[in-house]
Design a binder for this molecule. Structure first.
Ligand SMILES: Cc1cc2nc3c(=O)[nH]c(=O)nc-3n(C[C@H](O)[C@H](O)[C@H](O)COP(=O)(O)OP(=O)(O)OC[C@H]3O[C@@H](n4cnc5c(N)ncnc54)[C@H](O)[C@@H]3O)c2cc1C
Length: 471
């Protein structure tokens, strides 16, 4: 298996090989390589892409948000919203590379909740009530994003739709069907959103060749970079100081004042009263207690273009060839398809994906995986001429106990985190950020902000030595 760089334009960054980071714990060196692969979503750059609100960094601020992806941007948005007409505290956002250049602009654009598929595992790990909370929270996010897009008139191609999971392997289909029926029998609320189709009609309903059964449920798709850049433009207009290409290299206690944390960057330091880590797979570099709990994981995505007419795809899809090996895809109104996954080309060799921060490369055979994908898997696409236009990689953040870390960092008063969305940030981040904003602003306890209980970052979780990310 070889690694090779992808085609197409590269994102240039002034931050050439970055010697500032020493690997912490087991993390690889240099978290921010230049020449990232260019995802489709970053082919139309926003005017704030390289923005710096001021030429110099401010010396002090009330709230410092590290990271300008979906987490950082929605946290800033909700924080600003919560002040309404009151004067805003000083808020600074530092971003290591360009605005929204991490996982958010490299993902599949799929806002896909998980009302049944991950339920058995979550129920086994955390109990049925906690598993229901997780599923319901993701379903709520689908509509919360719609409400936000409508309220702020965000041109990000949001489409409310249904996701369709098609199962192609008999033993796996049997296992998932049995779990679904068990959920139905137990009457858990989230299963009401799910429609099951059995073997007789699965191919017809899903349009996926060889489907043995399929499940549909509410979902959405959108242009993630456009959503986030719109949020950033709203908060920058309200006075949030955004500084791109400014990596945070360390955070320490201020020796002069109990009130502040000292945040170091290559452009100087800032003293901040409160810090929010919205740093995804890179969190452990500056918050070392997370270095073995939030693991950077490489993901691969592609865009398939169809030159001629092809059957309309009414849903978003997952084509599942086993419990872990699945691809997911969204149909776009421009006729193209964004497909992510290619896991058969990754999973056999952890070195290709586990603890990887390099998004300058794709795993070369993955391109073959996407080539002819629609013709192979979808009815009526055989003569479509669909071809792979672009393949890119991105860094996701998985947690060793499979649920995000959110809330005040244990034993670090004034430091907060939202991260580790396990490849599933789009149906979680918006409402997580809203809840965290009220913790940051009002000091509300985690238990009062309406988040799934298992999201809470705790000392016990940081000391838990299990690693449930299967390698
Ligand atoms: C290929 C791929 C496909 C995916 N597909 C989907 C999907 O279809 N649906 C879904 O729900 N999820 C998907 N995900 C996961 C989803 O993209 C993430 O859960 C989500 O984008 C995380 O958002 P974030 O803001 O927390 O992280 P990011 O978008 O990664 O933002 C973190 C930001 O922090 C910055 N940063 C980090 N460290 C520092 C530092 N020290 N100083 C300054 N800045 C720093 C980074 O540069 C980055 O811009 C996918 C991910 C990938 C990589």
């Amino acid at each position: 298996m070889t690694l090779d760089s992808t085609q197409g334009v590269k994102d240039a960054s002034p931050q050439d090989s970055n010697p500032l980071f020493q690997a912490t714990g087991s993390l690889p060196p240099n978290p921010f390589p230049t020449n990232q692969t260019t995802p489709f979503w970053r082919t139309e750059l926003h005017e704030l892409n390289d923005h710096r609100s001021t030429t110099e960094l401010p010396e002090l601020c009330d709230v410092l948000i590290v990271g300008s992806g979906y987490s950082g941007a929605s946290l800033a948005y909700h924080l600003v919203q919560s002040y309404g007409d009151e004067p805003l505290p000083s808020i600074v956002m530092l971003e290591a590379r360009q605005a929204c250049s991490g996982a958010t602009s490299r993902n599949g654009g799929h806002v896909k909740p998980s009302p049944y598929f991950t339920f058995p595992q979550m129920a086994e790990l955390y109990g049925v009530d906690a598993a229901v909370e997780l599923a319901e929270f993701e379903l709520l996010n689908v509509l919360a994003v719609k409400d936000l897009v409508e309220k702020e008139q965000i041109a990000c191609d949001y489409q409310l739709t249904r996701a369709c999971d098609a199962m192609l392997v008999q033993s796996h289909a049997d296992q998932v069907t049995a779990a679904y029926k068990k959920m139905q029998a137990s009457g858990v609320s989230c299963i009401r959103q799910v429609q099951y189709t059995g073997p007789r009609d699965a191919e017809q309903i899903s349009g996926v060749k060889g489907a043995l059964c399929c499940f549909t449920f509410p979902a959405a798709h959108l242009w993630p970079y456009k959503l986030v850049m719109h949020l950033l433009s709203l908060v920058v207009a309200k006075g949030v100081n955004l500084q791109t290409t400014t990596p945070v290299t360390s955070v320490s206690k201020d020796p002069e004042s109990e009130q502040f944390w000292v945040v170091e960057t290559p452009r100087g330091k800032i003293k901040a009263k409160k810090i929010v880590y919205a740093t995804n797979g890179y969190t452990g570099y500056i918050a070392p207690q997370y270095s073995e709990k939030i693991i950077p994981i490489r993901g691969i995505c592609s865009r398939i273009v169809c030159p001629g007419p092809a059957p309309h795809l009414p849903n978003t899809y997952s084509v599942r060839i086993g419990h872990k090996a699945s691809d997911y895809l969204i149909p776009r109104a421009d006729g193209s398809i964004v497909v992510g996954g290619a896991k058969p080309y990754l999973l056999h060799d952890p070195e290709l994906w586990y603890n990887v921060v390099d998004d300058t490369k794709i795993v070369e055979p993955a391109r073959e995986h996407f080539e002819g994908y629609m013709q192979k898997h979808f009815r009526g696409w055989e003569n479509s001429g669909a071809y792979t236009d672009r393949v890119w990689s991105g860094i996701q953040a998985y947690t060793t106990d499979l649920v995000p870390h959110v809330g005040e960092v244990p034993e670090k008063p004034g430091q907060f985190i939202m991260g580790g969305f396990n490849g599933h940030g789009m149906p979680n981040i918006l409402l997580t950020a809203k809840a965290l904003a009220s913790m940051v602003k009002e000091g509300k306890p985690f238990e009062e902000v309406g988040l799934p209980r298992v999201f809470k970052t705790t000392k016990e979780r940081l000391e838990d030595e299990r690693n449930l990310i299967s390698r």
